[in-house]
Design a protein around this ligand. Structure first.
Ligand code: 5GP
Ligand code: ZN
Length: 113
């Protein structure tokens, strides 16, 4: 997707602070962190949102959760963390390349607004 911000980040056309990368997944620091730890974990394949997950592309989503567990272990997030996926405008999705927020480092209130 030529006009997708996160596709541009994956290609290095827009700078980002990398946290993790493999053949399928890229993780980087959110530009406006809402917690001491706030990373975005995204598939390299352009999937618009959680509403577009199918049996054809769901394997990378499972892999993303493996990556999240690895990042949490490597960074010592032993007190816990939160994974957030906003799907669609009403839920606050602003970038339409599926992404999973990984939040940690402070008490996280629940339910979220
Ligand atoms: P959403 O609101 O779609 O769930 O999350 C989009 C996230 O992307 C926001 O937390 C926002 O701060 C982050 N973001 C937007 N533009 C950029 C950018 O250019 N670089 C980085 N690292 N994060 C961005
Ligand atoms: Zn994209």
């Amino acid at each position: 997707m030529d006009d997708c911000l996160f596709c541009k980040i994956i290609k290095g056309e827009v700078p980002s602070t990398k946290v993790y990368e493999d053949d399928l997944v890229y993780a980087f620091k959110d530009i406006e962190p809402m917690a001491p730890v706030h990373y975005l974990v995204i598939p390299k394949e352009h999937i618009e949102s959680a509403a577009k997950i199918t049996s054809e592309n769901s394997a990378v989503i499972a892999h993303i959760y493996e990556v999240i567990a690895k990042i949490a272990k490597d960074e010592g997030l032993d007190d816990g963390f939160r994974v957030v996926n906003n799907c669609g405008e009403i839920a606050g999705q602003t970038v339409f390349h599926i992404h999973f927020h990984l939040l940690a480092g402070r008490k996280l209130e629940w339910p979220a607004g």
